[in-house]
Write a protein of this length. Sequence first.
Length: 601
Amino acid sequence: MTGEESVERLSPNELLNIIGTTPADNEEGFQVAIPWKSKIVGQQVRMLFKYHEMLKMVAGHPSVFGPLSLLAGWHSVWCETFLTGPIKASARISVHAGRNPDPFGEMNGWIYTTYARLMYHVTGLFIRDGKFDRKKAQLVSSTAKGKALLKSFMEEFSFLERSYNSLGLTRLKAMKDLLKCLLILITEKLIEGEPPPYVPEEEYAAGSFDFSKYQEDNCTRFENLYRENAFDSKEFSEITTRGKIGYSPYEIVEGSKWNSVTLRHYLLPEGVSSNGKVLYLATPLINKPEIFDFDKGRSVIEAMLKQGYAVYLVDHGDAGPEDADSGLDFYAKTIPDFYLDLIKQRHPDQQIYMMAYCMAGTLMLPYLARRGEELYYQGKTMDVQKIALMASPILFDDAESGHAPMREVIRKSYDTLLMTELFGKVNLPPHAVEAGMNEIQEGVQYTMAHGFYERAHCYKDMQDAAPFLFWLTHGTKFPARAHREWIEKFFMGNQSVRGEFRLPSRVPELDGKPVDMDFLRRMGVRIFSYKGTRDPIAPPGSCIASEIWGQTEEGNIGVARGDMNRTIEKNVGHIFVVSRHLLAEYMQIVSAFFDGGEIPV
């Protein structure tokens, strides 16, 4: 472009006008992401499977329906061959391949990746020796040839945005904000009629906005993003972590593997002596267990090892076909029984404490009550006398728990028949779990991506985010039968609070009977509940275990006595452990709970 005659410099608005108004702009002002195409087609598929089920019922009762049964039988075979059969096969193949079984969701994933690569190519036009060349940007945006090149890129962005299958506060909107930021950097002009991305509206409106400093930050932002090829946060997390997260070294306990489940034993650091206590970490069924061990300084495990605990963690792995028929009795009774037996063989007569995150705590409370019942019948004392809960819901209702929005989503969208037909043999994919979570977290897709791009001008923040982004975008499959029971018995049945949840037992008199949750109190179990006011997944109104079970007689909100429950409510969200500051605060409190000392409140 050297020597080409300069013309008037492009503005961001000229380039954005080529893209036009698209779903990435959220002109409707929605505060959530709305996968509207997926919802419509999902409802049609749901009705189709119900219709097929009705055909099979009619065909199976010729004495009732007469000749109509024959017609229904023929039509049922046709429906299975050409409609429901191919849908089931497609869903199962997608799960096996690790892909989204929702074709619109899968298409959106391709759009994210392609949009990110386009931004990488546009940014690359201006990177010289790792730095953003603002003189090159001025040349490209003010010459006919450069303008034509930029406009051709805008046409490609337009195609991707118009192909998008969702509305509202989406991940694509966050990427569009980043694109706007890039256009401002290239053209050295603000977008007319709106504040620039990553600048608080009040700061911009007050006139305290420093455009020169903003552009300096933008240069650094795009230099970092380009260097790390981080325009797609998921790909960035995969490249940066090389597919492996977790900080603390461990070994798999010999003989612990049961289907996809294993027991990890974390090794004490050099120079640290055992304190004679064991910590059993119970993990959710839908996430990688490294939520307890993100990185140095952001690891529950690291902190507990430094105190001399023998740390064991349950790793549910990624559920395979052999796990599809495993129910909550397996994950909430068989597995903890088996693993605690192994631990007690390795650490005879040592005190065992338990820590559980989210749904793991929901399941471990009735487990401990049943364990207390069994030991009581055997004339023994309780061997696990303290459990620390991290954002663990136990109350599920439409009134006080805060779970009304999710329960309404389940009523409207969850269909046991459909889930069984599609995923009964291959387990529920993380994409399906994520879709449900997105329904109750306003704009979470947008805020996570937007926050990453906003902080990208700080290279350290980008690197720190990688393990969490990998954990967030690489969930595990939820065993099919266990998922159905989780929805039926907990989310909709509220069985543990009602005293209706049943578990098997080694004591014949208790086998299959409802768990008596009062045994948490009778056997001296102390419960520490740590919950967040900004947690939509486990709202504080649902995390009330320490207020109704265990040692509650004299009240327990912030109490300091070592023989009582503890309840701490903080202004935090569900995944507070990703923050070094918040995790350090939690570790100080939970360590005091286990030690029986005074809790800082």
